[in-house]
Design a binder for this molecule. Structure first.
Ligand code: HEM
Length: 417
């Protein structure tokens, strides 16, 4: 694709096959690494001023390291500005700046320490087993519907102490929030904005009810810790808790799902890489997991907004301008990665920004996500070592999540014993 034909604001661009999208980003990195695009028009929002697409790694790193200049709290971290109340409600930590970000992150990160996660991680292993138990006799399943979608969602429900009976509700509502308006996820006859607002309200309602119960009778789940933890004499307010839960159920679910779906695809399409992993699973798994996250880059981009004028790589930015950091593009930057389009489970070093750049917003769930990916592939390849693609993956039409909508896989029923 020629430079002048690339329009990142056109949803049709995101419907193009992955290889074409990757090639377009290679063109941007080479020919215009800080490229201006007019904003997509989304009713009923007014058309915004446009944004700069940041596609090279060194620019993404510089932006991430300077949150005081490239902030997250102004407008939103989405391309479109959100009304302030909506940003508060859907954004939680991710669209806050210091000092509010630091305060909230301190409260919630206390509940994400390895010690607090120890119980959760044990449960993750059990959940991975349970998910594989549920499909092992079938021989052919849809990887997304039956494995990569339920698994991380069950982990979050267990972690928060939310009953599995709420699985369908949390799944459908978080799908709506992240769907980018994909008609497959929006109920018929409902406009995408109303569906989005309704989805947030449903998740908040669910959590608020449970929070009341946990305040009265705390258990050992994350929700109890969140409602009782105090930092400097302060607790999370009810609204902060609800929007943090919305963020967790969205941020911690579609992302891991996407990494797992791409992971099985690339391991199946690259039998030499899969043989390396299966040959020495414990040794190769950590670098394979990093490579899966780099290669999949589940979160395609995040926005920052300039708090002041600033020169980045020779480009003069003005206060209030928007920059979109394309993490997926930085992760294929030929200036940083040798042979960046090769899927290499032994890649070392692998300084990817799949979990975000170095800065205050680095993924809070990275430790958990790495464990989830490790445990699921260990479980799958130990019990179903001949699992293979039985058809091509179907792409999600989204500019934000590099998602896979469906992916048929087959294996010997019952596993190879
Ligand atoms: C492979 C899986 C995952 C990927 C690729 C991923 C990616 C990211 C990225 C790129 C950011 C940075 C946002 C920014 O730059 O503003 C982020 C932030 C975040 N992630 Fe993840 N994530 C994953 C899994 C998870 C999980 C499992 C959880 C929790 C259960 C989680 C919770 C969060 C939260 C709360 C933030 C916001 C942190 C802040 O703004 O302080 N993520 N994630």
């Amino acid at each position: 694709m020629k430079l002048e034909d690339i329009d990142l604001s056109d949803i049709e661009f995101w419907a193009k096959p992955w290889a074409e999208r990757d090639a377009a980003f290679a063109t941007l990195r080479r020919e215009n690494p800080i490229a201006y695009f007019p904003e997509p028009i989304v009713e009923p929002f007014p058309e915004g001023p446009g944004y700069y697409a940041i596609t090279k790694m060194h620019d993404v790193l510089e932006i991430s390291r300077h949150p005081e200049i490239f902030c997250s709290g102004q407008g939103a971290v989405s391309i479109l500005d959100m009304p302030a109340e909506m940003n508060e409600f859907y954004g939680s930590l991710i669209s806050m700046d210091d000092p509010r970000h630091a305060r909230l992150r301190k409260i919630v990160s206390g509940t994400f320490t390895p010690r607090m996660l120890a119980n959760v991680l044990e449960d993750v292993e059990k959940t991975a087993k349970k998910v594989v138990d549920g499909i092992i006799e079938k021989g052919e399943v849809d990887f997304v519907t039956d494995i990569s979608m339920p698994f991380p969602l069950l982990v979050i429900l267990d972690m928060m102490g939310i009953p599995h009976s709420e699985f369908d509700t949390v799944l459908s509502q978080s799908n709506i929030i992240l769907s980018g308006g994909d008609p497959d996820f929006i109920p018929e006859g409902v406009d995408p904005i109303s569906a989005f607002l309704e989805a947030g309200a449903t998740l908040a309602g669910l959590l608020t009810e449970l929070a009341v119960l946990r305040r009265e009778n705390p258990t050992d789940d994350l929700l109890s810790a969140l409602v009782t933890t105090e930092v400097d004499g302060e607790q999370l307010s009810g609204d902060e808790l609800a929007s943090f839960f919305i963020l967790l159920s969205v941020a911690g679910h579609e992302t891991t799902r996407t990494a797992l779906s791409h992971g099985i695809t690339h391991l199946s399409q690259n039998p030499d890489q899969r043989a390396l992993l299966l040959g020495e699973m414990e040794r190769v798994m950590p670098s394979a997991v990093e490579e899966i996250v780099r290669y999949a880059s589940p979160v395609v981009w995040m926005r920052r907004t300039l708090t002041q004028d600033y020169v980045l790589s020779g480009h003069q930015f003005r206060q209030g301008e928007k920059v979109i950091m394309y993490y997926g593009s930085a992760n294929r930057d030929e200036a940083v990665f040798a042979d960046p389009d090769a899927f290499n489970v032994l890649r070392d070093p692998n300084p990817h920004v799949g979990f975000g750049g170095p800065g205050p917003h680095f993924c809070l769930g990275a430790h958990l996500a790495r464990r989830e990916i490790t445990l699921m592939f260990r479980e799958l390849y130990t019990r179903l070592p001949d699992i293979e693609l039985a058809g091509p993956p179907v792409q999600l039409r989204s500019n934000f999540i590099n998602g896979v909508k469906s992916l048929p896989v087959s294996f010997t029923p019952g596993g190879l014993r």
